[in-house]
Design a protein around this ligand. Structure first.
Ligand code: AMP
Length: 422
């Protein structure tokens, strides 16, 4: 039996792979204008990084991580009962932030008094979620992280930049909703969490269990009864400390000034533990099913300390490529066409094949996208192939013309033919 791709993964076939490259390049082009520079971190990290950074109680860490182990360590574990040491306990990255913050701390990219480190990345993330439309086990994200500045201008410019990107890549502005909230900080959030915990009653079992570790997750619950009860729960924005309130207000003023429309949503808590202050998410309702968030992020002023660095405020976001593709399809946006073939070199018979092969190389070296037949097709079916490749010109090489140092060139649009010198 043939082996298919693992559940929850998708091949990006050539057209989509080309679109992914275009998507990433467009994002990086825009983000670079805001001072962001590329960074690449490993696809796997020590499991402890995610446990400490993202939080043991989050779904991402407690249920969804793919753990990686070398064959030798697995054998020792199974056969000799020797569990791997912490540094050999590895997990595929479920998101990009923890790894980038780890790299910033490890390489001291924000020394005291330095300008913020503005970093961007693109690549696959892995979460063992139940696959459904818009939810995969391996998916691609583009993201940014800015470390070393807590000013609200950083929050506002990241949000502006994100919206500019969506518009540039073709997602209609009126199909998107930008949600904004503040999660407070270690000064004001603990008291607020207690208020919510005390308020929680008659919620589903999952919410009541979560109440122990993170009562705020109840705002995320899809159960209609929980949603109705949580609609009257205390709102974080009524319980922010003065600094958090000022910070949040300043972000909103900057967004208003830039003409960026947002909705304040006190229910937006996001699934990861590291967020402080600003959080945001972009949602698209049409054509998306239940997974309608195409991107989101927020501030994480305590994360660098969690992973062993000095206090370094941070902010970042990530956006999902595959969900953006769904949003573009729903909006009827055409994908860029496959690359055109400039030239197809056709052979009248086998005797000219070697010379045709050499010509194809010369044309490619000169910068033209050039193709020839590799299956000994008849001249007629070589023309069919050239049509399929959307070739602009077909050069027909025959023994007689070749003897005179010439080939026949046909313009495939006008069908004009000329004999040209090789
Ligand atoms: P998160 O880190 O969960 O906020 O994810 C950021 C973005 O990545 C989301 O808004 C989605 O667009 C995308 N994303 C997250 N999880 C998945 C998944 N399992 N499959 C596809 N895209 C995802």
């Amino acid at each position: 039996m043939a082996i298919n791709s693992p559940e929850g993964t998708r091949d990006l076939l050539p057209d989509e792979a080309k679109f992914w490259a275009h998507f990433r390049d467009t994002a990086f082009g825009i983000f670079a204008r805001y001072g962001y520079q590329p960074i690449e971190t490993p696809l796997f990290e020590q499991t402890d990084l995610f446990v400490r950074g993202i939080g043991q109680a989050t779904d991402v860490v407690s249920k969804e991580m793919f753990t990686a182990i070398s064959g030798e360590n697995l054998r020792r574990w199974v056969e000799e009962g020797k569990a791997p040491k912490a540094k050999s306990r590895l997990s595929l990255r479920p998101e990009g932030t923890a790894g980038v913050v780890r790299a910033v701390v490890q390489h001291d990219l924000v020394p005291q008094g330095a300008a913020p480190a503005k970093l961007m990345y693109a690549g696959p993330m892995f979460r063992a979620e139940r696959p459904q439309k818009g939810r995969q086990r391996q998916f691609n994200q583009v993201g940014v992280e800015c470390l070393g500045a807590e000013e609200p201008t950083i929050d506002a410019e990241a949000i502006i930049m994100l919206m500019r990107f969506y518009e540039k890549v073709g997602i209609p502005r009126d199909s998107m909703r930008l949600l904004l909230n503040s999660m407070g900080c270690e000064q004001c959030r603990p008291a607020y969490r207690e208020l919510v915990r005390a308020y929680m009653d008659e919620l589903c079992d999952t919410c009541m269990t979560r109440a122990e570790v993170n009562p705020l997750r109840a705002f995320d619950c899809k159960n209609p009864q929980c949603a109705a009860i949580m609609a009257d729960a205390p709102k974080i924005t009524d319980h922010l400390c003065d600094e958090c309130r000022e910070h949040y207000d300043a972000v909103k003023v900057l967004l208003d000034g830039a003409g960026v429309v947002y909705e304040e949503d006190y229910k937006l808590v996001r699934g990861l533990d590291y967020y402080t202050r600003t959080v945001f998410e972009v949602q698209v309702d049409n054509g998306m099913g239940a997974q309608n968030a195409i991107g989101g992020g927020g501030r994480y002023d305590k994360l660098a300390e969690e992973v062993g660095g000095r206090p370094t405020p941070g902010l970042g976001f990530a956006l999902g490529f595959e969900r953006c593709v769904l949003a573009l399809e729903a909006a009827g946006v055409e994908f860029p066409r496959a690359q055109k073939c400039d030239l197809f070199v056709a052979c009248v018979d086998d005797s000219v094949r070697a010379r045709a092969f050499a010509l194809v190389q010369e044309c490619r070296d000169a910068g033209f996208t050039t193709e020839m037949d590799h299956q000994k097709r008849s001249l007629k079916s070589q023309f069919k192939l050239a049509d399929k490749l959307d070739a602009a010109f077909v050069v027909v090489m025959g023994p007689d013309e070749l003897a005179a140092g010439q080939v026949k060139a046909r313009n495939m649009q006008t069908h004009e033919e000329h004999l040209v010198d090789l």
